[in-house]
Design a protein around this ligand. Structure first.
Ligand SMILES: [Zn+2]
Length: 77
């Protein structure tokens, strides 16, 4: 996903903010709060950077390995 000057959906202005990321798989529910993201002022869609999304994927993998049914992580902590 390339970031230019605006939201890929609506061309709205993006700002550096945070978002809550949720993965709901059959075996595991992972909630990650305060994920750094670019958020659209217009439609509210959040866009997570590649480096961050890799980290999120790792969190999901770890939760599965630990057999956690619910994992809540705060990235700001
Ligand atoms: Zn938008």
């Amino acid at each position: 996903m390339m970031f230019t000057h605006g939201c890929p959906l609506c061309s709205g202005e993006l700002y550096e903010g945070t978002s809550t990321f949720t993965v709901d798989k059959q075996a595991v529910l992972v909630v990650v709060r305060n994920v750094p993201a670019r958020v659209c002022r217009q439609c509210g869609e959040s866009w997570i950077k590649d480096a961050v999304s890799e980290k999120l994927e790792q969190i999901v993998v770890d939760a599965k390995l630990k057999h956690r049914q619910l994992e809540v992580i705060d990235m700001a902590a």
